[in-house]
Design a protein around this ligand. Structure first.
Ligand code: ZN
Length: 256
């Protein structure tokens, strides 16, 4: 058996033995769906947009038109993206009772699209917009449709005229209640499967040492080393697709 095949076999065994396994996913899970990791350099987006404007609350408030210019482009990519094998395997693992749910830093909604039911989107979701003044929510499609229609650059709340913001967590913002819930779930887990994240963004990255100190086993699958490889019982440095396909075969998952 190759080294990778052995590691995947160990991962399958860890999943079979776990009482309550959870997955923690990051941008690496969605890059195979054609969604660039917009926080990492080299994706092309950073070269044209200033991250302090399009990824922070302060930037959003100071130049919402520029912010929406970026988001219009990103929205087009997100609406066309489809779940890949990692999303599908996680959904099947849940269906088979081998996985208790997915905590994700991704805002693309692809875990739910693949069929995962218990999903904590701890950095929010792009599918809704929220008024920063009164909290009114509406589907993001309506926001962009309205922008096209009236030719304005910044969408306003139909109730109070406040700025509308995609319901994603920007730098400088609090995490939603789903993060508190996720943290509570992690405290119950005996296996945390970390996929496609370098574990550098807090407080989400902190879930890994939290799980480890509560006695959970940690398995990490990521192309590059992560900040918490030293806490893991199993570390696989590989493309996710190369791990998920043989994992699905070993566990007899029908991906359809
Ligand atoms: Zn409002």
């Amino acid at each position: 058996m190759s080294a990778l095949a052995e590691q995947v076999a160990r991962l399958a065994e860890m999943l079979r033995r776990a009482e309550y396994a959870l997955a923690l996913t990051g941008a690496g899970v969605s890059t195979e769906s054609g969604i660039p990791d917009f926080r990492s350099p080299g994706s092309g987006l950073w070269e044209r947009y200033d991250p302090t404007i399009i990824a922070s609350r302060e930037g959003f408030l100071s130049d919402p038109a520029r912010f929406y210019e970026f988001w219009r482009e990103r929205f087009a990519v997100l609406t066309q993206a489809e779940p890949n094998i990692t999303h599908r395997v996680l959904a099947k693992l849940e269906e088979r009772g081998l996985l208790g749910g997915v905590i994700t830093q991704n805002i693309d909604g692809l875990h739910r699209a693949a069929g995962s039911r218990r999903v904590w989107e701890v950095h929010g979701s792009y599918r809704e917009a929220v008024c920063i003044r009164c909290g009114y929510r509406l589907p993001i499609e309506e926001v962009f449709a309205k922008l096209e229609e009236v030719g304005e650059k910044v969408p306003r709340c139909p109730h109070c005229g406040g700025l509308l913001k995609p319901d994603v967590v920007l730098f400088g913002e609090q995490l939603p209640a789903s993060f508190t819930e996720a943290s509570r779930e992690v405290a119950q887990a005996d296996l945390l499967l970390v996929l496609g994240t370098s574990l550098e963004v807090y407080p989400v990255a902190g879930l890994v040492p939290q799980a480890a100190s509560a006695g959970a086993r940690i398995a990490i699958v990521n192309r590059d080393p992560t900040a918490f490889d030293h806490l893991a019982d199993l570390v696989i440095h590989a493309q996710l697709g190369q791990v998920m396909a043989p994992l699905a075969r070993l566990l007899g998952l029908e991906l359809g």
